[in-house]
Design a binder for this molecule. Structure first.
Ligand SMILES: C[S@@+](CC[C@H](N)C(=O)[O-])C[C@H]1O[C@@H](n2cnc3c(N)ncnc32)[C@H](O)[C@@H]1O
Length: 345
């Protein structure tokens, strides 16, 4: 007799496999909803299947499948008569709302779809963008104002959502001066400056990116609070004399050796008693959780020179650079799930 799935203890559900295979549809449905401005339509008022089928110019049969898939994914709700936004989509996916970051999600999904067919090749070849030395996609952005503005306009809100969560990790009331290393558009500095009027900020980033930050800082009315310091952390020294460093969404762009260079420079930029907050994507020490962040590691494997490192690996980088009294703080921000605070004795 051959193996039987009906033997005791031998009955396993194969459903997880089809779920995984079909997961493409989840991002496909979100992509399509964003492209068709579904959440903007539903923000003004709930709509029936008939209304939506007309507005989306979709046959009723496809509209029903599409809308029900959106509802199963938690993007919209079906009341029995109407479809309406969930609080999640109403807060983050309606254009013009303060926390909208649908543009970034659409950009990410389109980028992922480009990898879908070539992933095996790309993984075999290492970094797909042929990045050399200390290059990242941001060197390219830094030389192209239009492109970097486009990217940071999408990324800025997403990144600023991390700011309130940082306050659980460090008491900023006893800090005086903050260096935001690779601070991008200034999303974190701008948000923290609003809540802590006594703090002085310096944002260090590539020259072209500092130009982008200038625009965001001006729009936030924070010019008097945030000084820009253009430079390259692989070629230049960081400005020094700070008692707090923010290093947000940087470590996973780089190899361990490159991180060693960056963290040594951070150490030198701090006064004694100064603290560093490493904010980013941290895999559990078992290396394969959480699920969504394990997928971010694929993206870093094919798009950067770095990796999504575990909490332990982050701590090793920090300890080797001389930081002590390391403390972990899990946070629940988009694509950032952790903060590690370290101290320069
Ligand atoms: C993923 S973004 C993070 C931006 C910001 N810290 C945040 O959390 O939103 C990475 C940042 O590192 C900056 N960066 C990359 N290479 C750099 C270098 N060699 N010197 C200084 N900054 C660099 C990029 O320009 C970009 O702003």
């Amino acid at each position: 007799m051959g193996a039987s799935l009906l033997e005791p203890n031998a009955v396993y559900s194969a459903a997880p496999l089809t779920f995984l295979a079909n997961s493409f549809w989840v991002s496909g449905v979100l992509k399509s909803a964003l492209e068709q401005h579904l959440f903007d339509l539903l923000s003004s008022k709930p709509l029936s299947l008939g209304d939506l089928s007309e507005k989306l110019k979709m046959p009723r049969r496809s509209a029903r499948a599409f809308l029900n898939a959106c509802a199963s994914a938690g993007l919209i709700e079906w009341t029995g008569d109407f479809y309406q936004n969930t609080p999640l989509s109403e807060t983050y996916l309606v254009k013009g709302k303060p926390y909208y970051f649908g543009g970034y999600l659409l950009f990410e999904i389109k980028r992922l779809f480009q990898h879908a067919d070539s992933l095996t090749e790309e993984l075999k070849n290492g970094s797909s963008r042929n990045l050399k030395g200390t290059e990242s996609v941001f060197d390219h952005y830094s030389k192209n104002m239009e492109l970097s503005l486009e990217f940071f306009q999408m990324f800025h809100v997403l990144s600023s959502l991390t700011a309130p969560l940082l306050l659980q990790a460090v008491d900023l009331s006893d800090r005086q001066s903050v260096l935001d290393v690779g601070g991008g558009s200034g999303s974190l500095s701008i948000e923290l400056a609003k809540s802590f009027p006594h703090l002085k900020f310096t944002l260090f980033d590539l020259p072209g990116i500092c130009e982008v930050a200038k625009k965001f800082i001006r729009e936030a009315g924070a010019e008097a609070r945030i000084v820009l310091s253009p430079g390259d952390f692989f070629k230049d020294e960081l400005p020094s004399g700070f008692d707090l460093i923010l290093l947000s969404a940087i470590v996973n762009l780089w190899s361990p050796e490159q991180n060693e260079i960056i963290l040594k420079k951070c150490w030198q930029a701090l006064t004694s008693g100064g603290k560093i907050m490493v904010i980013g994507t941290m895999l559990n020490d078992n290396e394969c959780e959480p699920l969504d962040l394990s997928f971010v590691s694929l993206s870093t494997a094919v798009d950067t020179q770095g990796a999504v490192y575990t909490w332990n690996e982050h701590e090793t980088f920090l300890t080797e650079a001389g930081f002590q009294n390391l403390v972990r703080f899990p946070i629940a921000a988009p694509i950032r799930n952790g903060v590690i605070v370290g101290e320069k004795p």
